[in-house]
Design a protein around this ligand. Structure first.
Ligand code: PHE
Length: 340
């Protein structure tokens, strides 16, 4: 009988590794160790043995049952881990692979440049206020020293709106009077905004573009303050020191009025394609606020002085990134926009 048991064990142990699924293990285990299993069948003959034999066969068969049970358990664990390994192989994700880029939008190059401009001015203690796109003839012209009959009204081709005296803002200078009336010195603000001019569109002209106006009013403000503020902002924006050059320029709302150039940040003044070999880049109009404008804003020009400037943000972005056609900004072409 002991021989039979040994044989049975060997057969079972040889079979177990071939079992593929849990179900196969359960079935086979049942066919060996179960109530009607082969081991049970062999052990039925135990009743015919002598008491000594009964004892030793009992012991052997218990040990055998333990070994087989352990082998079945081991096979079950094996099958489970094989299944995990299989799944890992199929479902493996390499977490070091760069995350696929989602087609999310991002800020327009004009917006991004504006954030940089705003940051720089904020560090200098400026406040940021947005200009109005629809304004009045009074604010756009009269309040900034451009009376009705004045030829300067024609300097900017205006979109006139129906109704009484409303226009699309042709310049952020239309906010000067609003600022002067609503704040008291010391005043330090920049006013970014969208402006509109009835112009024919080409590579350097748009009917819709962005300006940033700057207004500073206090006691004893001079051109030196203007130069410092502009130089600081431009140096921040281009990431290197630039210098400023002033030339006489005419704008009705400033006296004296200047055209501001800055030294070419790309060739350091030696002359390149961007500065057209001059070493200087034409940038914006500025000047000391005209006494008429201060007065119209409710301030005494004998007590206060100030400077104002206005620059085209589109132009600044074009210079910074070497963009040659202004029309790109408005046409929403992702091939252009995704470059920034
Ligand atoms: N508003 C002027 C323009 O659009 C620029 C400017 C602003 C000039 C402030 C002087 C002072 O051309």
């Amino acid at each position: 009988m002991i021989e039979t048991l040994k044989h049975l064990e060997q057969e079972a142990l040889a079979q177990i590794p071939n079992l593929k699924t849990e179900q196969e293990v359960y079935d086979f285990r049942n066919s060996v160790l179960g109530k009607n299993g082969s081991l049970t069948a062999v052990l039925k003959g135990i009743k015919d043995l002598s008491p000594e034999e009964k004892q030793s066969v009992g012991k052997i068969s218990n040990e055998l049952r333990d070994r087989l049970s352990a082998a079945f358990e081991a096979r079950l664990t094996g099958i489970a881990s094989e299944r995990v390994a299989e799944r890992v192989k199929i479902e493996f994700e390499d977490v070091t692979v760069p995350y696929p880029e989602k087609p999310l939008g991002k800020a327009h190059p004009i917006t991004r440049a504006l954030f940089e401009v705003e940051d720089s001015f904020k560090r200098m203690g400026f406040e940021v206020l947005e200009s109005k796109e629809v304004t009045t003839e009074y604010l756009n012209f009269d309040a900034v020293n451009v009376p009705a009959s004045h030829p300067a009204r024609d300097m900017q081709d205006t979109f006139w709106l129906e109704g009484k005296g409303n226009v699309l803002s042709t310049q952020t200078s239309s906010m000067q009077n609003v600022i002067l009336k609503s704040k008291s010195p010391p005043i330090r603000v920049i006013i970014p905004g969208r402006v509109f001019r009835n112009e024919d569109i080409d590579a350097t002209h748009e009917n819709t573009f962005y300006q940033v106006e700057g207004i500073v009013v206090d006691k004893g403000i001079s051109m030196a303050n203007l130069k410092y503020a502009i130089r600081t902002m431009l140096s921040d924006l281009f990431g290197r020191e630039v210098s400023i050059r002033l030339r006489p320029g005419y704008f009705p709302f400033v006296e004296p009025g200047v055209e501001v150039d800055f030294s070419c940040p790309f060739c350091s003044g030696e002359g390149c394609r961007i500065c057209k070999k001059s070493g200087w880049i034409e940038f914006m109009g500025a000047g000391l606020i005209h006494p008429n404008v201060l007065r119209e804003g409710g301030l005494d020009p004998d007590a206060y002085s100030g400077f104002a400037f206005g620059f085209g943000l589109n132009r600044l972005v074009m210079i910074k990134y070497g963009i040659t056609d202004m029309r790109h900004f408005q046409n929403a072409d992702v091939r252009f926009l995704s470059q920034f």
